[in-house]
Design a protein around this ligand. Structure first.
Ligand code: NDP
Ligand code: GDR
Length: 338
């Protein structure tokens, strides 16, 4: 039986990847940071919380990663853990560098010191392109990150390339464009919108406050994207791949799709709030997934409309359940006023 270790297993991608690997017959281990409150809700949502083995550890603690590798004896390690919210990376740049940047190096070092034959996947990002000059970004597009997060990820990306070239390790970097799902963190714009649409529809929220709605993103479904991660580690040779849909949409149009799905107009509820603008913005992202299609035979299976509908439906169901008691309704109404 193949064994895999996933860092960031409690995150959106970690949960979907764990589910995929379990379906493929892997024994799945997850490195999980110790927190004061439970973080396993995504694993529970997918019904796999008892199917995976969770090992406490932190990406900034090399010894804990070495220990996790000793326990899991994996043939594949997927490094998905990170401080992954771009906006927070200006407020906590050092933590972001240590977790998102040096954390990736810690995992590479842990593998090199334990068993360099272990295959490694690094969760790289389209945020590394940042202030791009090319209309479509591919593996050959130069990088120009625009946030401490993007800079930290670029360090992890080049370390992955460097360990492949220096130590002949099977190390791959997946340059993934934005991907979303009902399991997306609530602070990211798609989920913030679909959650607001559900609350507004059910009468427990009155407005939605956003920042730069002219930003354009290439959005796909997380469930499709974790398949590409796995495929990268099944190839004969390690390499880097862009994973994207090849379509870009403004935040404004994404809002329109979400509100229209429940028969509302976004213009009636949207408030532009300067607090959600970023010190430096990535205005547009549009990926070219041609290499992933050719070499991995990977293609996205979910359209943006299907994705947004899936997210709004899940949020409607959740908000309905949460708002069954009067107490909760009062709480939500108060939270909306803040
Ligand atoms: P999430 O923010 O949902 O998950 C991040 C995970 O990292 C969580 O499990 C979190 O644990 C864990 N984590 C954070 N800090 C540490 C630490 N110090 N030690 C151990 N674990 C830690 O991210 P996604 O699932 O959306 O993304 C997965 C990866 O892919 C990330 O690296 C992200 O930067 C990258 N990426 C994501 C894209 C996207 O559109 N989703 C696109 C391109 C790249 P906890 O639950 O305890 O907070
Ligand atoms: P991003 O995702 O920064 O692309 O990073 P996010 O959903 O946070 O922002 C997308 C775009 O929407 C604009 N925006 C807002 N964003 C948020 N979060 N909240 C708002 O109120 C708001 N208003 C407008 C942003 O300015 C931005 O242009 C995600 C993360 O998953 C990263 O970890 C990953 O690497 C990249 O995607 C690819």
């Amino acid at each position: 039986m193949k064994s895999a270790l996933i860092t960031g297993i409690t995150g959106q991608d970690g949960a979907y990847l764990a589910s995929l690997l379990l379906d493929k017959g892997y024994k799945v281990y997850g490195l999980m940071a110790r927190r004061a409150t439970s973080t396993t809700w995504r694993l529970e949502f997918l019904g796999i919380e008892n199917e995976v083995e969770l090992i406490y550890g932190d990406l900034t603690d090399l010894s804990s990663i070495i220990r996790a590798i000793k326990v899991a004896k994996p043939s594949e390690v997927y490094n998905l853990a990170a401080q992954s919210f771009v906006a927070t990376s200006w407020q906590q740049p050092v933590l972001t560098a240590q977790t998102t940047g040096v954390g990736a190096l810690n995992v590479l070092e842990a593998i090199r010191l334990s068993d360099p034959a272990i295959k490694f996947y690094q969760a790289s990002t389209s945020e590394m392109f940042g202030l791009i000059q090319e209309p479509m970004q591919s593996e050959k597009t130069p990088f120009y990150p625009r946030s401490p997060y993007g800079v930290a990820k670029l360090f992890g990306h080049w370390m992955t390339v460097n360990y492949r070239e220096s130590f002949d390790m099977f190390a791959c970097s997946g340059i993934l464009f934005n991907h979303e799902s009902p399991l997306r963190g609530i602070e990211f714009v798609t989920r913030k919108v679909t959650d607001a649409v559900a609350r507004i529809k059910l009468g427990v929220q009155s407005e939605l406050r956003l920042g730069n709605i002219d930003a354009k993103r290439d959005w796909g479904f997380a469930g499709d994207y974790v398949r590409a991660m796995w495929l990268m580690l099944q190839q004969d040779k390690p390499d880097d791949y862009v994973v994207a849909t090849g379509k870009t949409t403004t935040v404004r149009d994404m809002c329109k799709i979400a509100f229209e799905y429940v028969g509302l107009h976004y213009e009636d509820y949207l408030v532009i709030d300067p607090q959600f603008y970023r010190p430096a913005e990535v205005e547009v992202l549009l990926g070219n997934p041609a290499k992933a299609k050719e070499k991995l035979n990977w293609e996205p299976a979910t359209s943006l409309e299907e994705l947004i509908q899936m997210m709004v439906s899940a949020d409607l169901e959740r908000v309905k359940k949460e708002a069954t008691s009067n107490d909760n309704l009062v709480k939500y109404a108060a939270a909306t006023k803040q």
